[in-house]
Each structure stands twice: as structure tokens, then as C-alpha cells.
Design a protein around this ligand. Structure first.
Ligand SMILES: [Zn+2]
Length: 164
């Protein structure tokens, strides 16, 4: 089901999400379906959007969904950084379409997570994927890209790509 995406300023976006537990196992597949449907609907409207975090659709759980060549589900993710190398980039977010923020992120990261069967997994990330999942992970801690702006002149309002 396509869910409403909470937008910048909604207090729920600033909350710290709860771990997904075995008790959530039944609800989990429904949340994943909703995250998928919502991401695809957003892509159709805005022509962008690679991943979404559960709290963005009002589910206060540590769950991320990404769709590239195939779906990726990250349950209870944790990030580590193999080295300290950082870079700056323009970031955007489905919770504030049209707004870009210059942020600093780690160039490389490792995401440790559980799959839908609660098996431990990990994936090495670099560049685009690294910054994307740092962005999504932040949502689980109630942190938005706007809060990571490198300075107070690093917010840019872009022309929104939208078909009316
Ligand atoms: Zn976001």
C-alpha cells in the first residue's frame, strides 16, 4: 500500500526508532510491501528515490528498504566505517522533495544488518551507496540531512521535476 511520506518538520521524523524484534516478524512483510509501494509511487512522481526508511512512512522501526537492480531489506542496520575518509555531496530526501543540502559523509562504510529471517548479514559500501545508506540510517536516529548541513548556507531549493 502506498503510504503518506512524512515531510520536513513532522515531529515523528525526529524520533529514535525501535529495534525490529522477532515479534514483528508478521508485520515485517507488510511494512516492506508498503515501503516498496511508497518508494515506487515517489519515483513515478519525482523521477528519483533509491531508498526509504520506515519512520518516513510513520513506522517507528529500525528498517530500511532500497530498490536498485533488486530489492534490499535492512533490518536493525548498524554502520561501521573502515577508514575516516569523508567527502561532501549534495543530498536530498523523499521527506523534502526539491530541497538539496550539502553534507559530509564517509566515502566507505560497512552495513551490518539482519535479513527478513533475522540472519546476520553485511555489505561493503562505497561512494553513492555509502552516502545513501548513511542518509537512510540517520532517519532511524531521527536525524535529517538538513541537520547535517555543512553550514547554514548549504541548503538549496531546486526546481522540482514533476509532471502535472
Ligand atoms: Zn531521507
Amino acid at each position: 500500500m502506498v503510504r503518506e511520506i512524512l515531510t520536513l518538520g513532522n515531529p515523528q521524523l525526529y524520533e529514535v526508532s525501535d529495534p525490529v524484534t522477532e515479534e514483528d516478524k508478521e508485520a515485517l512483510s507488510g511494512w516492506i510491501t508498503d515501503l516498496h509501494d511508497t518508494l515506487m509511487a515517489y519515483r513515478k512522481t519525482y523521477g528519483a528515490g533509491r531508498a526509504v526508511a520506515a519512520p518516513q512512512i510513520g513506522v517507528k522501526k529500525r528498517l530500511l528498504y532500497m530498490y536498485l537492480d533488486r530489492p534490499y531489506v535492512f533490518v536493525n542496520p548498524r554502520l561501521t566505517f573502515p577508514d575516516g575518509e569523508k567527502y561532501t555531496l549534495l543530498d536530498d530526501c523523499m521527506s523534502f522533495p526539491g530541497l538539496c543540502v550539502r553534507v559530509e559523509r564517509y566515502k566507505r562504510a560497512v552495513i551490518h544488518y539482519q535479513d527478513q529471517e533475522f540472519r546476520e548479514q553485511e555489505m561493503a559500501l562505497e561512494g553513492d551507496l555509502s552516502e545513501l545508506l548513511q542518509h537512510e540510517y540517520d532517519h532511524l536516529d531521527g536525524v535529517l540531512a538538513t541537520m547535517r548541513a555543512v553550514d547554514n548556507k548549504s541548503l538549496f531549493l531546486m526546481q522540482m521535476k514533476r509532471d502535472f
